[in-house]
Design a protein around this ligand. Structure first.
Ligand code: PLP
Length: 455
């Protein structure tokens, strides 16, 4: 059994390939469709938004993809990231469970997001692109892309969801420090933003609206492409560096997880951790339960419908088969801004439909209670998003205390909350409220789903 608190890898042990789960899936997920023809989208449909290398990765059937040397060099600024054994949390919970967390807060942005921002900026720079546009919810993705663009000499423009722009001024300053430009979304700079503002001048925004704005600007400018921080296959694949490292780290202490738990907004941090473990499970070598955790205010997997829907609010993206609350749905402005997305990665949705993963939803106060307990025991103030994973990990550890089971729990600690302190203040002062999803609002949003005939 492990006695080490921090399991670290040498730079020479940094994995040099990303893993593509799609190559190993017994049943492939349904393809994205062109909204006009309702036929599967082809490379030409995506070319205005993404460079060809990333489009190729999106549809790749290769099991592994080599990570370019220039990307590995930037990764080495913070990777390999540490895996921790949460001894102090275990002790506080008086649990026989062994809790491990893979900590991505050591990156320049303070989260897992640079794992894909860096290769996306790299491939765009290679293709001669001058500027990237994007959205940001928590502010983490915008920070990550601004950092990545600074590494490869690209301009970066970020539409930050209004609720987050107001709650997190320091994220904006961090993006600007890395050289990016930030606009609150909805903004008056795009048709999509102006339409939303005309209907609701006080709109708190959503990731779906911010995506529409960033996509619109990229689609209109030949030297500009768009970068997405989650949801797409290539994004999830870039994140698998997390799980590949964690596999090596757990092997070093002779442990195999019984439960892997992570928060899901679009699904990228959790996919990054669990895809390599799912590969091992599909090969019959391990058998962990895999559990996604989402906010009760935005529960796409547990309360959404599995249907073709737009990835953005204005309906500019391809149609994606996913668990969705409807592209019109604007979640309550909860503090975990990165989890306020109406949809889910199509691969995660597919795995959920196939019964390969589980999902639960948690209200934000339970999550912040877990975050505070984690801070007071482990010394890290987590970002609001991974407190959802922590709440579920703690729930399992408490169950183990009652049953006496020595289960091994692995959780994705995908970012720190140093720029989310107003959220902690709201929790600590007792002003934070729980926001459950309103069934009537959900029904209305789901009615607006685009009609796609079942093949
Ligand atoms: C710290 C953090 N965790 C989680 C998420 C959710 O995204 P994903 O599910 O793609 O990891 C975000 C998104 O912005 C984030 O910033």
């Amino acid at each position: 059994m492990a006695t080490q608190t921090k399991i670290v890898l040498d730079e020479s042990e940094l994995p040099t390939q990303w893993y593509n789960l799609l190559a190993d899936l017994p049943v492939p997920p349904p393809p994205p469709l062109h909204p006009g023809t309702l036929q599967p989208v082809g490379p030409d449909d995506l070319a205005p938004l993404f460079p060809m290398e990333l489009i190729g990765q999106e549809v790749s059937a290769e099991q592994y993809l080599d990570i370019p040397g220039a990307v590995l060099d930037v990764y080495k600024l913070w990777r390999p990231s540490p895996l921790y054994r949460a001894y102090r949390l275990e002790k506080a919970l008086q649990t026989p469970a062994r809790i491990y967390y893979k900590y991505e807060g050591v990156s320049p942005a303070g989260s897992h997001k640079p794992n894909t921002a860096v290769p996306q900026a790299y491939y765009n720079a290679q293709a001669g692109v001058r500027r990237l546009t994007t959205e940001t919810g928590a502010g983490q993705w915008g920070t990550a892309l601004a950092f990545a663009c600074s590494q490869f000499g690209l301009d970066c423009e970020v539409w930050q969801v209004r609720a987050s722009y107001d709650q997190k001024p320091y994220r904006r300053i961090m993006i600007e420090t890395f050289g990016g430009k930030v606009y609150p979304s909805p903004s008056d700079r795009t048709e999509a933003g102006r339409a939303i503002l005309a209907a609701d001048p006080d709109s708190t925004g959503s990731l779906g609206i911010a995506i529409s704005e960033a996509v619109e600007v990229a689609a209109k400018a030949p030297d500009t492409k768009y970068a997405l921080g989650s949801v797409l296959n290539h994004v999830l694949m870039h994140q698998t560096i997390i799980g590949e490292e964690a596999l090596i780290q757990l092997a070093k202490v002779d442990e195999t997880p019984d439960l892997i738990v992570g928060c899901t907004g679009g699904g990228s941090n959790f996919a990054g951790l669990f895809f390599p473990f799912l590969r091992e499970k599909l090969a019959g070598r391990i058998s962990p339960v895999i559990r996604a955790v989402e906010p009760s205010a935005c529960p796409s997997l547990t309360r959404g419908v599995y249907a073709y829907d737009f990835g953005d609010t204005a309906g500019m993206t391809p149609l994606i088969k996913m668990h969705t609350l409807g592209h019109d749905f604007i979640p309550d402005p909860i503090h975990a801004g990165g989890l306020r997305y109406h949809g889910m990665s199509p691969v995660i949705s597919h795995l959920y439909e196939q019964g390969m993963i589980e999902a639960v939803a948690k209200p934000q106060r339970e999550c912040f209670a877990a975050g505070v307990q984690f801070a007071r025991t482990e010394g890290i103030v987590p970002a609001p998003e991974p407190t959802h994973a922590l709440a579920a990990a703690i729930e399992e550890a408490v169950r183990c205390r009652e049953s006496g089971e020595e289960r091994v729990i692995l959780t994705a600690m995908c970012g720190h909350g140093h720029l989310d302190l107003p959220a902690y203040e709201a929790y600590l002062s007792g002003t934070m409220t729980d926001r459950d999803l309103d069934a009537a609002a959900l029904a209305t949003a789901v009615e607006a789903l685009p009609p796609v005939p079942v093949p």
